[in-house]
Write a protein that binds this ligand. Structure first.
Ligand code: ZN
Length: 216
């Protein structure tokens, strides 16, 4: 095969799922396609995350002599520390009515999380353009956070465009001028967007203002 396609296919292989043994685990970070008896699945491995999602089903009920795959999610980095969400909430409150952004990154060897401010290229009350921040060797992006100023948290068409190629959590804080900000959270994985309806209680607590608005 020509060198271009052979490199491309090595970087994104397709596996036929065996019926009598599990698929061999991925040896390194990347993506692969699993052709199974119950559909076509995308498997993504990153130092902090492993997921398998069905991306296609068969339109015809023909016999596919392959094994069955189940969707899976393994958060290899563990829980994202709510303290970092709190620090970002303070940044969002200070920036309001403008938008602001930060990344929560993780190091697979030290297991340490940290919050890194993004380098803002341009901003106004409805949009934010930024450069990807410089990370230390080995550090990986886990959560891409931005704020919506006075507006509600949620994912705009622009957010969808920005998030389509990444593998990350996307976190949006909205109504940043209020005592209890809105939080929107989704998992983004190469075009798969999974909005979470269960924001961790520790995060909701973290975005509450420590100043007692009710008393003023
Ligand atoms: Zn947004």
């Amino acid at each position: 095969m020509n060198p271009f396609d052979s490199t491309l296919q090595r970087s994104f292989p397709t596996l036929m799922v065996p019926t009598r043994e599990p698929v061999a685990p991925m040896a390194a970070a990347g993506e692969r396609l699993l052709v199974a008896g119950n559909g076509v699945f995308l498997e993504i491995l990153r130092p902090w995350l492993r997921i398998i999602r069905r991306i296609s089903s068969y339109a015809v009920s023909t016999a596919i002599p392959y094994g069955v795959v189940e969707e899976a999610t393994e958060l290899l980095c563990g829980r994202v520390p709510p303290e970092l969400i709190r620090t970002f909430a303070e940044q969002a409150r200070a920036a309001c009515p403008n938008e602001t952004g930060a990344w929560i990154v993780w190091h697979p060897e030290t297991k340490a999380f940290r919050l890194v401010r993004v380098v803002v290229l341009s901003l106004d009350r409805a949009s934010l353009r930024y450069d990807r921040p410089q990370l230390a060797d080995g550090e990986v992006l886990v959560a891409d956070c931005h704020s919506h100023g006075h507006f509600a948290a949620g994912f705009s068409h622009q957010d969808d465009e920005d998030d389509v190629f990444d593998v990350k959590f996307a976190v949006v804080l909205g109504r940043c001028n209020t005592a209890q900000m809105d939080v929107a959270l989704r998992l983004c994985a190469k075009g798969i967007f999974e909005r979470s309806n269960n924001i961790p209680a520790s995060w909701l607590d973290a975005v509450g203002d420590t100043n007692d608005y009710a008393a003023t």
